[in-house]
Design a protein around this ligand. Sequence first.
Ligand SMILES: [Zn+2]
Ligand SMILES: [Zn+2]
Length: 115
Amino acid sequence: MIGSRNFCFLCGRNGADDRLEEHHVFPGSLRDKSEQYGLTVYLCGARCHRLGPQSAHRCRETQLYLKRIAQAKAMRENGWTPEDWQREFGKSYVEFDAAGKPIVEIGPVAASEQF
Ligand SMILES: [Zn+2]
Ligand SMILES: [Zn+2]
């Protein structure tokens, strides 16, 4: 998991009035790999996961934001090169620095946590 199961990774709310749900950052055929490598986040079920205009299932920018963070995490934790990432997940969502490390901007909620 990226972040915490106790608050929304996008907005930081605790789920008291919009129950938190686990979102698989890479869905479809990559859902099992999302699970295997811990690339899931908890999000406010309606507002941030499924229904809101900026939610993970409705907003392409939000999807990309989560994918960039997830890719950086997986590469760091597994010691993967860009080629290793591509072998496992196909498409890359980040730019790399000269050393092959992902360059990712993280939002305020993510920045307040170790992930
Ligand atoms: Zn989802
Ligand atoms: Zn939220």
